[in-house]
Design a protein around this ligand. Structure first.
Ligand code: AN7
Length: 374
């Protein structure tokens, strides 16, 4: 029998764990890489676009990859309680993994600004939910302060184990494609994930030569590696929460994509380093663009991601249109969270269901009205 048992077991040789580490896992990772078949045709571009659908993780977002590592290491160190500030997904993952580990979990969330699905997860898994009259950045600051005076282990991405776990997404992509893609596009909020992706890609290529110009793929070190190159990294921020693009913190970030409603990202400098080293860039999308593409993806490809995830595709479509990403490219797009996380957004922008009498006639009429023509 060979059950898949999560990213730590799978990539144990590339993660900071030992044989005695008590692994806390919900079998996260191993998410599908889905080729978008209809969108490239629709936009008339000869490109290969793959969606890495992280919404299919146990709690519905990529945060599970980081949380299995952070909680595992916390438990190994004897922690009895973890804490995080969150726009929603981190708190959902922290709550679930803490429950699995049998330890306490405290989450600080901005009052009224996290999606219903995420709030329900934190509550259902029994974490102590503290809503603050402030935003994520306030919460992040308070978490760091309170961790100095109380015995709680921070599981935000300033905890280095988080990014260690999240880097495994790059390992899976390389395995699936046989090498790194030309471009990797993703949303940027607190900016940890773009750094984790870059770390994962970087650890997969020959360190001596990076592009392997010297060894030409022949040295032993190179042979132990899984990729011959690294992708160009492109990160997208919401127009109302784009500190990296503005070059300064945004005091009152606002966006419909509440997951990335962050004005002062913790991993700002490392994210810029990843962008520069890879030869990539940052871009921005309006709320309108985000919601349009969320729906487009749901209706042309059958993939339902949350608004913060759709920004990666919204930005990609713009950059393809501008020619910044050329024809013939292979692009991977991280869809960071599931659309079910935010049912309010989905319902508010979709056609209302109709109500009819429980009779054959009206139903038949509706079907005839809506059948494809021809
Ligand atoms: C769906 O949950 O910061 O740039 O507290 O939930 O690594 O922060 C969420 C972030 C993208 C941005 N997509 O990733 C939190 C939190 C989704 C997210 C991001 C988040 P980072």
């Amino acid at each position: 029998m060979s059950l898949y048992t999560g990213i730590i077991e799978k990539y144990r040789d590339r993660l900071p764990v030992s044989a005695d580490t008590p692994v806390i896992s919900l079998n996260e990772g191993n998410t599908p890489l889905i080729e978008l078949r209809n969108l490239p045709r629709l936009i008339k571009k000869n490109v290969r676009i793959y969606a890495k659908f992280e919404g299919l993780n146990p709690t519905g977002s990529f945060k599970d990859r980081g949380m299995t590592m952070a909680v595992t290491k916390a438990v190994e160190a004897g922690a009895k309680a973890i804490i995080c500030a969150s726009t929603g997904n981190t708190s959902a993952a922290a709550a679930a993994y803490a429950a699995r580990a049998g330890i306490a979990c405290f989450v600080l969330i901005p009052e009224g600004k996290i999606a219903l699905g995420k709030l329900s997860q934190a509550m259902m898994h029994g974490s102590v939910v503290i809503q603050i009259r402030g935003n994520f950045d306030d919460g992040m600051r308070l978490v760091q302060e309170v961790a100095r005076t109380t015995p709680v282990n921070i599981v935000n991405s300033i905890n280095p184990y988080r990014l260690q776990g999240q880097k495994t997404i790059a390992f899976e992509i390389i395995e699936a494609l046989g090498d790194a893609p030309d471009y990797h596009v993703l949303p940027v909020g607190n900016a940890g994930n773009i750094c984790a992706h870059w770390m994962g890609y970087s650890e997969s290529v020959c360190e001596n030569t990076r592009a392997c110009a010297l060894c030409a793929g022949k040295c032993t070190y190179h042979k132990a590696k899984t990729a011959t190159r690294r992708p160009i990294m492109v990160g997208y921020q919401a127009a109302g929460a784009a500190p990296i693009l503005r070059g300064r913190p945004v005091e009152n970030p606002e966006t419909v994509a509440t997951a990335i409603r962050i004005g002062n990202p913790v991993s700002w400098q490392q994210a810029i380093a990843a962008q520069q080293e890879s030869g990539g860039w940052f871009g921005e999308c309006t709320d309108e663009e985000i919601l349009h593409v969320q729906k487009l993806l749901a209706q042309t490809e059958g993939i339902f991601c949350e608004p913060a995830s759709a920004i990666s595709l919204a930005g990609l479509l713009k950059d393809l249109e501008l020619g910044k990403i050329g024809e013939g490219s292979t692009i991977v797009c991280t869809l960071t969270g599931h659309g079910l996380k935010d049912p309010d957004i989905a319902v508010s922008q979709s056609t209302r269901p109709m109500t009819v009498d429980a009779e054959l006639d009206p139903i038949e009429r509706v079907i005839r009205e809506h059948l494809p023509k021809g």
